[in-house]
Structures are given as structure tokens and as C-alpha cells.
Design a binder for this molecule. Structure first.
Ligand SMILES: [Zn+2]
Ligand SMILES: [Zn+2]
Length: 369
């Protein structure tokens, strides 16, 4: 099969022919329809997050199940089903998975995120000469990929398979931030700092959860306009306005109940913390580069009883089916978030544009191109 392989961050992605993977116990093989292009791939492509090479990236996919591995008797999964695959692939067996905390699955972090393996300690990807190729999540930038059955959910027949690829990371993480991280309540006020792929989804999920005000904060007017179309009630351009002053003016001098941060930079952390009301919750979702830190004003956080509630992905097994349902029912407009489609051969070009801040919403690799 063809796959976009990363061998050297200095060279970037190259399309190569590698072996088509085989599913093992509790896994399925899918023929990839599309794979979303996410900022966290960029950290690996740019060499800022350590990950073994050669590897295949791509961690939000849709496709058709073409083979069901052994040990899937109770999953309901069958050949021919159209599914979305989530980046956060719970092992289903560890202590955290037993608590339903898929977001904390220890083998996922230790084996997949650090070593590019699945939970028997091996990858499913090999070069034609048998060379071991690491997989970042399922390695979705390829014609086929193996996914643990814990991490796929069946799409509604009405859904667009190509745009649907963003459900497994951008939408899932947005939902997790609102439902799990913030536990957003009806009528609360919200700010969303950075309105790219994940921020766009947070806005929509917050709207369907009944947020009273949704304030989009970004550096680009075109992104803010898009955010308004998705449900933001107010916008603040942080390059021309003081974020704290603007947000406090919009919220009658109180600040927001919840500020989401979706980029993982010190300046966006500062903006999100600056938006908070007394007792407010700041929910960071964006991943920083390596071991980056952000400043937190100690006394304000303490005296105003403000919380910082990190949120990583969501609880895949419970939340991915909900996200798909919200998308099928129109509560997550996944179609208009996808603004660019690239063929597999041009994936590297797409990530270059993403790194330069030139992608509004989300770009995807469409395997039919
Ligand atoms: Zn992602
Ligand atoms: Zn686990």
C-alpha cells in the first residue's frame, strides 16, 4: 500500500510503498477514506516531540472495515461498515480503562505515543523488506490502517466520509473539553482562545450544550468570521484588542465561566486565564512544543479560586459514538470545518501550510484524490 512516511524531520513526509498491515486480536483493518491533518502531527514532523522514525502519522480517520481480526465477537463490528477512528486508542484492559478513563490509558501513552506500537509491543507497519515502521495512533496517512476495535465507531449512512475524518480528533477533543474538562452547564459563558480545528468544534459543542455567550478569540479576522458562523456570539481579535478588557466588556464586567485554550502556547494560555471570572475554569487542550511552560499569576488564581483543568481527547469508547451522533444530527457541522483537501502525495505541502497558519478550520487528506 502507499503511505506517507516520515524518516527525517529535515526531509518531511514522503510517499512510499510499504506492506499492507494485518489486524491482530481485537483489531480491525480499514481502507482509509480520509485522514485529518492536525497540529499535533506537526510537532512530530518538525522534530519537536520525540517519536521513533521511520513512522506513519495521521490520527483521525474514516474508512471502511475490510477485515475484522480475531477476538471481536462482542464488538458488533463487521466488514463493510463505515467507521471513524479516534486518535486516543484505549487498550481496554488497564486500571484507567477499567474506570472508563480512556483519556488516561497508560499503555496508550507508554506504548503508542512513546514507541509507536500497539499493545502487544509491536507495530503493524513494515516496509517491503521487513523494516519496522512506527505508528502514531493508527498511522492514518496511508491507504490502509489497523485500529483497535475500542477506537472505532460506526458512522451514520448519511455522513460524508471525507469530512467525517475530523471527528476522531478535532471533534472528539472539542467534545471532551466541553463535556469532560469543563463539565459545561447550561447558560454558562465561554471564551475559546484559538479557533482552528479543535476550537471550531468547541464552539459548536458549547452552543449545543446551551452556553449563553461564546466569545471566539483569535489573531485572524477570517478565522473569527468562520467562528461566528459556527455559533460564536462575539469575537475578539487579540492583535488589535486587549483580550481581558474586551471579554470583560462583553460579560458585564464579570469574565467568562469557562475559557478554553486550543493552541498550546504561553501567550494563548495568558489570554485564556485573563478571560476568567472569579471561580472560573480554564481548560487547556492545545499541546505545547516538548516540555514548554506557561506563566500563571499565582495570587489571582488562588484568591479568585480559579481552576486549570487539563483535558486530553475524550473517553473514546463513550464519547466517539456521541460525537458521531451529534455530527449526524447537525449539532457538529463537520463539513464546513474542512476547508482544504489534499491527495496523499501532497500531505507534506498541507502540513507546511498548517505550520504557517494558512489553514482555516481543518485540512484533510482525501484518499480518492
Ligand atoms: Zn489531533
Ligand atoms: Zn488502557
Amino acid at each position: 500500500m502507499r503511505a506517507a512516511v516520515l524518516r527525517d524531520p529535515k526531509i518531511g513526509l514522503q510517499t512510499e510503498t510499504i506492506k499492507t498491515p494485518q489486524p491482530r486480536d481485537g483489531e480491525v483493518l480499514i481502507k482509509v477514506a480520509a485522514c485529518g491533518m492536525c497540529h499535533s502531527d506537526l510537532h512530530v514532523i518538525g522534530g519537536k516531540i520525540a517519536f521513533p522514525v521511520p513512522c506513519v502519522l495521521g490520527h483521525e480517520v474514516t474508512g471502511e472495515i475490510v477485515q475484522v481480526g480475531p477476538g471481536n465477537q462482542h464488538t458488533g463490528l463487521e466488514v463493510g461498515q463505515h467507521v471513524a477512528g479516534a486518535f486516543l486508542m484505549p487498550c481496554g484492559q488497564c486500571e484507567f480503562c477499567a474506570e472508563g478513563r480512556d483519556d488516561l490509558c497508560a499503555p496508550f501513552f507508554d506504548m503508542n505515543r512513546l514507541k509507536g506500537q500497539l499493545y502487544d509491543g509491536e507495530t503493524r507497519l513494515f516496509g517491503v523488506d521487513g523494516e519496522t515502521i512506527a505508528m502514531y495512533s493508527m498511522g492514518g496517512l496511508a491507504e490502509y490502517c489497523v485500529i483497535p476495535s475500542t477506537s472505532v465507531a460506526v458512522l451514520d449512512d448519511s455522513m460524508d466520509m471525507v469530512a467525517g475524518s475530523i471527528l476522531g480528533c478535532a471533534a472528539l477533543t472539542g467534545y471532551g473539553a466541553v463535556r469532560r474538562g469543563a463539565n459545561l452547564q447550561y447558560g454558562e459563558t465561554v471564551a475559546v482562545v484559538a479557533t482552528g480545528g479543535i476550537g471550531s468544534n468547541i464552539i459548536q459543542v458549547a452552543k449545543s450544550f446551551g452556553a449563553a455567550k461564546i466569545i471566539a478569540v483569535d489573531v485572524a479576522d477570517d478565522k473569527l468570521e468562520a467562528a461566528r458562523a459556527l455559533g460564536a456570539t462575539h469575537t475578539v481579535n487579540s492583535t488589535t484588542e486587549n483580550v481581558r478588557a474586551a471579554v470583560f466588556a462583553i460579560t458585564d464586567g464579570r469574565g467568562v465561566d469557562v475559557a478554553f485554550e486550543a493552541l498550546g502556547r504561553p501567550e494563548t494560555w495568558a489570554s485564556a486565564l485573563d478571560c476568567l471570572r472569579d471561580g472560573g475554569r480554564m481548560v487547556p487542550i492545545g499541546l505545547g512544543a516538548g516540555t514548554q511552560s506557561a506563566a500563571v499569576e499565582i495570587n489571582r488564581t488562588v484568591r479568585r479560586s480559579q481552576s486549570i483543568l487539563g483535558s486530553y481527547g475524550a473517553r473514546t469508547r463513550q464519547d466517539l459514538p456521541t460525537v458521531i451522533k451529534m455530527a449526524a444530527e447537525g449539532n457538529i457541522d463537520y463539513r464546513s470545518i474542512v476547508t482544504r483537501k489534499f491527495p496523499l502525495d501532497a500531505a507534506g505541502k498541507g502540513y507546511t501550510l498548517l505550520a504557517a497558519g494558512k489553514i482555516q478550520g481543518r485540512a484533510v487528506v482525501d484518499m480518492s484524490l
